[in-house]
Design a protein around this ligand. Structure first.
Ligand SMILES: Cc1cc2nc3c(=O)[nH]c(=O)nc-3n(C[C@H](O)[C@H](O)[C@H](O)COP(=O)(O)OP(=O)(O)OC[C@H]3O[C@@H](n4cnc5c(N)ncnc54)[C@H](O)[C@@H]3O)c2cc1C
Ligand SMILES: *[C@@H]1O[C@H](CO)[C@@H](O)[C@H](O)[C@H]1NC(C)=O
Ligand SMILES: *[C@@H]1O[C@H](CO)[C@@H](O)[C@H](O)[C@H]1NC(C)=O
Length: 411
């Protein structure tokens, strides 16, 4: 690896950096690497492991101070993996036989720690990628990263660039009229740990995906007066039905599986329409494959809704002080709002020359199974909305492709 100090000689680049602090104290260095991986979540780690199987040198950078920060820092305490462990494996390492089928967060984090140790993965933490452009003449990627610990800019030159910065990179909060004057607490689900500080409060959860539904359950169990906004139709399922469906998907057409699981779910939950919950016309597996939207896997939230312990509201029409108004005219006074309104990819903020691979939302343009490869030796892992199983496939495909390319370059 070549290391060059280019102290303050990168005037053009420095001019692009907004924060004035760095203009004063920036040291710039340059490193060449075969593969640069952006992000040390499950997708980056899996790609690193697959590359190391081929002894292909790589550098993996991560903006936060630990690996898989989404799991270690930005998820609620009671989270368990929603999918059975056989669908949550990363390449080249299985779960121990005594790991529970639906793993608590801590068990999954332990698995990641073992994974990192086994494959000797050494992410460079606190290193934020700020831009990357393809140099057509030099046939390589030019990546500018900020090393926060040492207050310096590192320039990487890489033959291959793997984007593993996550579909769930930052929290998404909708624009609501009057929200800016809401006097209570507003947080995104990625900052929610537990309901302990909400006891006795009137809390509104916005969003009825898996996070929203489970956070509503958690709030009630900590004594909060809880309401949830369910704006559109959702498929409520059990984890066993999803597991059954995923297993059957190996042999049966999606339509048939959807028919089976919807029938069984209706039998289990009954008609929920008087509680404000209806099913989409398309089945849960068809929707997942067409739109990426996951079914809701019930964690006994539905029981609480049926008992009236969680009140269901339609979409928010306006916020006036503490009073929130819903579609249909209902109103309520709230002390806090938890936005479980999903995430956004932030990749487009730094990835230049990647238009062929990602759309304006920072998600893949190409359909599965060809989504993981862009032009100019650019790849992405973890952008097909297919969870950890999709990540494992992406990582293997990417490492295989890089290996093929290297072999053909070396004649
Ligand atoms: C609450 C929740 C529960 C989930 N449960 C399941 C489940 O049960 N089963 C399942 O299969 N999937 C589940 N998923 C979906 C998915 O598997 C996870 O989101 C998984 O962590 C995705 O891995 P990733 O590596 O693609 O992204 P991430 O884990 O988000 O990792 C991306 C990394 O890139 C870093 N990064 C981003 N931008 C930059 C930058 N510019 N420079 C440097 N680093 C950067 C981020 O800090 C992050 O660490 C869940 C997701 C969430 C949010
Ligand atoms: C609980 O919240 C609802 C708002 O949806 C409100 O109508 C009700 O009065 C609250 N109950 C108490 C005890 O504050
Ligand atoms: C983010 O994570 C959730 C799982 O909670 C997943 O269903 C979703 O597709 C992911 N991607 C986006 C863009 O929200």
């Amino acid at each position: 690896m070549r290391k060059v100090n280019l102290q303050l000689s990168y005037n053009n680049q420095l001019a692009n950096i907004q924060s004035p602090i760095f203009i004063h104290s920036t040291v710039v260095s340059m490193e060449e690497v075969v593969v640069l991986i952006v992000g040390a979540g499950p997708a980056g780690l899996a790609t690193a492991a697959c590359l190391s199987q081929f002894s292909i040198p790589y550098i993996i950078v991560e903006r936060e101070d630990c690996s898989a920060p989404l799991w270690r820092k930005h998820t609620y305490d009671r989270l368990k993996l929603h999918l059975a462990k056989d669908f949550c494996k990363l390449p080249h390492m299985s779960y121990s036989v005594d790991a529970p089928t639906y793993m608590p967060k801590a068990t999954f984090i332990k698995y990641l720690d073992d994974y990192i140790e086994y494959f000797s993965i050494q992410p460079r933490y606190l290193t934020v990628v700020e831009s990357s452009t393809y140099d057509i003449d030099g046939k390589c990627w030019h990546i500018v990263a900020r090393d926060m610990a040492n207050c310096k800019i590192v320039n990487y030159m890489a033959k291959f660039l793997v984007v593993a910065s996550g579909e769930n990179s930052t929290g998404n909060i909708p624009i609501l009229p009057g929200l800016e004057n809401f006097p209570g607490v507003t947080i995104h689900s990625s900052s929610y740990k537990s309901g302990i500080s909400y006891s006795g409060k009137n809390v509104l959860v916005v969003g009825s995906g898996n996070s929203g539904m489970e956070i509503a359950y958690d709030l009630v169990s900590h004594g909060a007066n809880t309401s949830i906004v369910i704006r559109s139709p959702i498929h409520v399922m059990t984890k066993e039905l999803i597991r059954l469906g995923m297993t059957l998907a190996r042999h049966l057409p999606v339509k048939m599986i959807d028919g089976i699981v919807v029938m069984m779910a209706n039998f289990k939950f009954g008609d929920l329409s008087r509680h404000g919950i209806t099913r989409p016309t398309k089945g849960p597996f068809a929707l997942k494959s067409e739109t990426g939207r996951s079914a809701v896997i019930d964690v006994r939230t539905i029981d609480l809704i049926k008992k009236g312990n969680i009140k269901v509201h339609g979409g928010i029409t306006k916020v006036e002080g503490k009073i929130i108004e819903f579609q249909g005219g209902n109103k309520g006074s709230f002390d806090a709002i938890v936005f479980a309104t999903g995430y956004k990819s932030t990749t487009n903020m730094w990835l230049k020359s990647g238009e062929e691979m990602l759309d304006s939302e920072g998600l893949t343009k190409k359909e599965y199974p060809n989504h993981w490869k862009g032009g100019n030796m650019l790849y992405c892992a973890g952008f097909a909305r297919m969870g950890l199983a999709g990540i494992a496939m992406d990582a293997k495909n990417i490492a295989d492709d890089i290996k093929r390319n290297i072999d053909s370059m070396c004649g």
